[in-house]
Structures are given as structure tokens and as C-alpha cells.
Design a protein around this ligand. Structure first.
Ligand code: HEM
Length: 443
């Protein structure tokens, strides 16, 4: 069996240099990929993940080897936070929960949310003063949070936004990669109060929904209502399990969208031709009213901008699994309990798969032009296989509506300043995306 190349000597220095230059773990992974190939092992004290890059290994990890390569590692902060949330469950309990939740996020359900996507964007952008410079990383987080809570929980989050802003951000920070990877049981002071405040809110809205159900016997078709109304063999779901799904949705469903929206605006702001084309399209297709699904289909250029942004800056840049038992990936041995990582970011920039991979080129997703598509599992911003992103349709429609509305209503100018991809829980444009916004006439 082949063994894994690891770093030593000069390539090790090159990796450290790349990480220092770009201030990014991803730059380090990219340098290792260059020096060691598409299968290698990181060998730090206490942290020895095996890393695979490329469509073949992606397919194996996500589909064929799914039973052996599981999500859950009890000591990871994401498991401590989400407990039994869909994202961190495996096997049957994952598949059962997924089947309950899926109908609330399918295409029909998402089409029913287009009006909310539009109105929430209008609400947040109404707070932008004329000619002001706003940070789109912050503004898109407000939009994404408002949208998620309004559509997935059917609650009005506006009165809570200010109070819960920090608790939400802290919940996301709690699970970001950090020193705990080397020291799994390290103390994590400073989170308790914020996480408790978020929990208090989630248990409250669960209780309120139960009360409405008890009084009226009626429930909506949003996720919170479906979980409250769930019953199998005469048994419902308890508050703890519902809380785990709601927190999973907050974490997985708003931080990712925030990153996508902020990166897309940054890419448009730094590519004036693309901005002009996307803006012209939005103004030709969209009106004062929320768009219909058919109108959204006409936003073909914006669709390509979103896809290309997800290729260059996948909000979840590195996938992670644990070997439940001794297993193999493409003939390489993986010992039980070893971590396996699949950096989506690197597959998306592999020169063997993409022409000019570092360039922002929306036209590469032009279905009428593209001669050869990259192979399956070469483009996986939403993962793949049975546990691909449950919110993939939702997120893409949401991005089209939010960006379409902003492009229609505003002229945008990116303010100068360096931006780097920061790998927190998601890949974010840091320190932010400062844009001057001017409302266009007639909007
Ligand atoms: C641009 C936005 C988004 C991106 C790029 C994204 C990406 C992903 C990826 C890559 C996975 C698979 C992770 C893995 O296999 O390890 C995933 C799973 C998941 N996503 Fe998303 N996501 C986005 C938006 C959303 C939204 C809006 C929601 C909820 C409304 C959501 C909820 C989830 C959940 C619950 C899972 C776990 C699914 C399962 O294990 O069955 N995501 N997402």
C-alpha cells in the first residue's frame, strides 16, 4: 500500500513562507498540495489529518466510502455545540432527520420564500444612508440572519437582531478551526454566557410555537413548525432535539450565505465589466415587485457570477471526516479515528481541471458556450452525495434575489483596501467589503 508523503526540509519552509505571506492556512495547504501531490498527511503534534484533493477522492469520501468516513468526532466543538443537529449526525439517525427536514427546503418551499428574500433585503438596505460607505460583510450577515429566521423559523428576528448579534457571532466563532485542533480538551472560556443567551432564545421560540399549536391545532410549513408537529409511533420530538436543529440551521444556514454574498459583491466591485453586466441584467429583468421564479431564471449572468464566486471562494473551503474504522481511500490506508480532509478550495483551483483557475471568469459557467465541463465532483461548493447541503437550492435562490435587488437598486463602488480570505467557520473576505452605495433613480 502506498504511504503518505509528509513535509520536511525545504518544502516545509516553502509552506511556512506561503502561510506567512498570505496569512492563510489555505495558502499552506495549497503549497503542500503543490509539493506533495493530491494525497498527503499533515504531521503536527496531535493533529495528523490525511488530505485528499481532486474529484476521484471527493467522490469516494462523499459517496462510496460514506459509511466508513463519518462526520462526528465527540471532542470537536461543532459536536459540543450542535449536539444532535443534522450536520453532525451519521448513519440512520442522520438519514431520518434529513427526511423530516428536506421538504421544508425543497424547490417548491424555496420558491415560496422569494418574497421574504426580497423584503428582508429591502429592509436592511433601507438603513443605508445615501452615498454612505457600508461594510457588506456586516450588511450581508444582517440580511442572511433576517432571511433565515423569517423563512426557516417563521419568526420576526428584527426586535432580537441587536441583542443576539454577538451571541450568534460567538456561536460561529466557537466552532471555527483553532488551537483546539491540536489540543482537543483545551478550556474555551468566554463563550458560556453568549451561548446560553442564544439557547434561551431558541427554547423560547420552540415553547411559543408549541403554545400556538396547542391553542389552534394549526402549524405552518416552516422547519420549526414541522419539527414541533413531528410525530412517529405516537412520540414527538423533544425541545432539546429541536433546539439542536434550529442552532444547526443558524450556524450552517446564515454564515455560509453571508460569505457567499459578501464575496460576490467583492468580486463584482473589483471587476467593473462584470458589475456593469450584472447590473444591466438586473435592471432589465427585475421590477419593483419581488421576482417570479421565471424572472430569476432570466438572471443568467448573475447565476454565473454566483457559481464562479462559489468556485473561487467556497464558503466551506475544507471538508472533514473521521475514519470510523480502518479503511482505504483510493488505495491509501486510513487508520481508525484518523481525520480525513478534502479541501474543496484546492479542487476548485486545480489547473488540471480548470483553465486559468485563479481568474474570476463567470463565462466558464456559460452552458451555451462551454465545450467541456469539469468532471463530476470537481465542483462541490455544496458538497455531494447523500449528505450534500440541504440548503443548496435555498442558498442559490436567496443569493440571486438578494444580489439582484441590490444591483437593481444601487450603484456600487468598492473602496480601496486589501482583502484576504480568512478561514474561520466559513471563508470570509476580511477585514470586510467596504462599498459606497448610491440609490439609482427610479428604484
Ligand atoms: C452559500 C451557501 C452555502 C454553502 C456554500 C453550503 C455548503 C455546504 C456544504 C459543503 C455542506 C456539506 C458539508 C460536508 O459534507 O461536510 C453543507 C451541509 C449542510 N448545509 Fe449548507 N451551505 C450553504 C447554505 C446553507 C443553507 C442556507 C442552509 C439552511 C437553510 C444550510 C444547511 C446545511 C445543513 C443542515 C447541512 C448538513 C446536511 C447533512 O449533513 O445532511 N446550508 N452545506
Amino acid at each position: 500500500m502506498p504511504s503518505f508523503p509528509t513535509l520536511s526540509g525545504l518544502p516545509g519552509l516553502a509552506v511556512l513562507r506561503a502561510m506567512a505571506r498570505d496569512r492563510s492556512i489555505l495558502a499552506g495547504l495549497a503549497a503542500m498540495n503543490k509539493h506533495l501531490g493530491n494525497a498527503f498527511q499533515i504531521t503536527l503534534p496531535g493533529f495528523k489529518p490525511i488530505v485528499f484533493v481532486g474529484p476521484e477522492s471527493n467522490r469516494h469520501i462523499l459517496v462510496n466510502g460514506r459509511e466508513d468516513l463519518v462526520w462526528r468526532t465527540e471532542s470537536d466543538p461543532v459536536v459540543k455545540l450542535l449536539r444532535h443537529g443534522l450536520l453532525v449526525e451519521d448513519g440512520e439517525s442522520h438519514d431520518c432527520m434529513r427526511a423530516v427536514m428536506e421538504p421544508t427546503l425543497n424547490r417548491t418551499a424555496v420558491n415560496g420564500h422569494i418574497g421574504a428574500f426580497w423584503e428582508c433585503t429591502a429592509d436592511i438596505s433601507a438603513g443605508w444612508a445615501e452615498d454612505a460607505t457600508v461594510d457588506m460583510l456586516v450588511e450581508m450577515r444582517k440580511v442572511a440572519l433576517l432571511i433565515l429566521t423569517e423563512t426557516v423559523f417563521a419568526v420576526d428576528f428584527r426586535p432580537e437582531m441587536e441583542r443576539l448579534w454577538k451571541p450568534v457571532i460567538r456561536s460561529v466563532e466557537f466552532i471555527a478551526p483553532g488551537a483546539w485542533l491540536l489540543w482537543p480538551d483545551m478550556p474555551r472560556p468566554g463563550y458560556k454566557q453568549d451561548l446560553a443567551e442564544l439557547d434561551e432564545y431558541l427554547y423560547r421560540i420552540i415553547g411559543e410555537r408549541r403554545a400556538v399549536y396547542a391553542q389552534t391545532g394549526k402549524l405552518g410549513d416552516d422547519l420549526l413548525s414541522v419539527l414541533v408537529g413531528y410525530e412517529k409511533d405516537g412520540k414527538g420530538m423533544d425541545d432539546d432535539l429541536i433546539r439542536d436543529q434550529l442552532l444547526t440551521m443558524i450556524v450552517a444556514g446564515h454564515d455560509t450565505s453571508t460569505a457567499l454574498l459578501a464575496w460576490a459583491l467583492y468580486m463584482l466591485g473589483s471587476h467593473p465589466d462584470a458589475l456593469a453586466e450584472a447590473q444591466a441584467e438586473a435592471r432589465a429583468v427585475l421590477s419593483d415587485e419581488p421576482p417570479t421564479p421565471e424572472q430569476l431564471k432570466e438572471l443568467t449572468y448573475l447565476d454565473m457570477v454566483i457559481k464562479e464566486t462559489l468556485r473561487l471562494y467556497p464558503p466551506l473551503p475544507v471538508g472533514n471526516r473521521r475514519a470510523a474504522q480502518d479503511t482505504e481511500v483510493l488505495g491509501y490506508p486510513i487508520p481508525q479515528d484518523n481525520r480525513v480532509m478534502f479541501p474543496i478550495y484546492l479542487t476548485h483551483r486545480d489547473p488540471e481541471l480548470w483553465d486559468d483557475p485563479e481568474s474570476f471568469c463567470p463565462a466558464r459557467f456559460d452552458r451555451t458556450q462551454t465545450k467541456s465541463n469539469p468532471p463530476a465532483f470537481a465542483y462541490i461548493p455544496f458538497g455531494g452525495g447523500p449528505r450534500n447541503c440541504i440548503g443548496a437550492t435555498y442558498a442559490q435562490v436567496e443569493a440571486k434575489v438578494v444580489l439582484g435587488k441590490i444591483l437593481r437598486d444601487y450603484d456600487l463602488e468598492l473602496m480601496p483596501g486589501a482583502i484576504h480570505p480568512h478561514m474561520g467557520t466559513t471563508l470570509e473576505p476580511r477585514p470586510g467589503v467596504k462599498m459606497r452605495v448610491r440609490r439609482t433613480k427610479n428604484s
